[in-house]
Ligand binder design. Structure first.
Ligand SMILES: Nc1ncnc2c1ncn2[C@@H]1O[C@H](COP(=O)(O)OP(=O)(O)OP(=O)(O)O)[C@@H](O)[C@H]1O
Length: 266
């Protein structure tokens, strides 16, 4: 369990997130949704120990996060930040092996290399293994960094917009892998997504942030409503349900473009 108790985050005079209480369970995929600038990235950074807590407590499996022992805290965390720029003179395989950094001694073991290759294969990107990472496309980099955090075998997985550069096939591949491994390995996974339909399809629990506060928390079928989406994003939507009862969001246009009169008469 990851417990957030009365968490408040500030940068200077700006309060980013206030009074957040959450209990996130092992084996579940939690997806944070919410408008731009509402504190999603800041929350992940705080959970990784990159942004100090202004107030409140965070505990992972009973162990509190403490400012003087952050490197120990981070050992159990797979963190994939939003920025996936990789100006390194390393191959994709070498970048993935860095996921084992906390365990690497002077030499790489065959086991480390096998695990890195297996992670690339599981994500269908083994063909990228020898490519220098600075030559990869944005989507390829994102997949390689995902393989790297998988290799950490984290207790807590923090992913900031992990599919933002991915095509449809790779979005599904990454999310399916994350969901399956979270359940199988008992990870506590937290991912920020902007795509509400992807969030509804894969989240066990949605964490809905708006105006720096928790607006809703729970399974997508209970949480996602037209009223909530409209209140958050000020966009008219219908929230419909598929045959499995999963919600999906259809955006509605408030106005329709009329053809220019000169074109309409043609
Ligand atoms: N280093 C910083 N200095 C000043 N303000 C910051 C800093 N980092 C974030 N903020 C502000 O904190 C607020 C929350 O930012 P954050 O990046 O957490 O939002 P977000 O929900 O992840 O947004 P997005 O969906 O656009 O990625 C924003 O108003 C942002 O401008």
């Amino acid at each position: 369990m990851l417990e957030l108790d009365d968490l408040t985050l500030r940068i200077g005079d700006l309060t980013l997130v206030e009074g957040l209480n959450l209990q996130l369970r092992a084996g579940q995929l939690h997806v944070i949704i919410g408008p731009n600038g509402t504190g999603k990235t800041s929350l992940l950074r705080a959970l990784f120990g990159e942004l100090p807590l202004a107030q409140g407590r965070v505990q992972l499996r009973g162990t509190p996060m403490k400012p003087h022992s952050l490197s120990a805290w981070r050992q159990g965390i797979g963190y994939m930040p939003q920025n996936t720029q990789l100006d390194l003179d390393l191959s994709a395989l070498e970048v993935v092996v860095l996921g084992r950094l906390q365990r690497l001694s002077m030499r790489l073991s065959d086991d480390d290399l096998d695990a890195a290759l297996a992670a690339l294969q599981a994500l269908d990107i083994a063909h990228l293994a020898d490519r220098p990472v600075h030559t990869l496309s944005g989507g390829q980099r994102q997949m390689v960094l995902f393989a790297q955090v998988l290799l950490r075998q984290p207790q807590l997985m923090l992913l900031d917009e992990p599919v933002s550069a991915l095509d449809l096939k790779h979005q599904m591949q990454l999310m399916e892998h994350l969901q399956a491994q979270t359940a199988a390995q008992g990870w506590i996974s937290v991912a920020v997504l902007h795509d509400l339909n992807l969030a509804a399809q894969f989240a066990d629990q949605l964490i809905v942030l708006g105006d720096g506060r928790l607006q809703a928390f729970g399974p997508p079928a209970q949480v996602l409503s037209s009223e909530l989406v409209h209140r958050l994003y000020h966009v008219p939507v219908d929230v419909l349900h598929d045959l499995d009862g999963l919600p999906y969001v259809r955006t509605l246009r408030a106005t329709r473009m009329e053809p220019h009169p000169a074109l309409a008469s043609r």
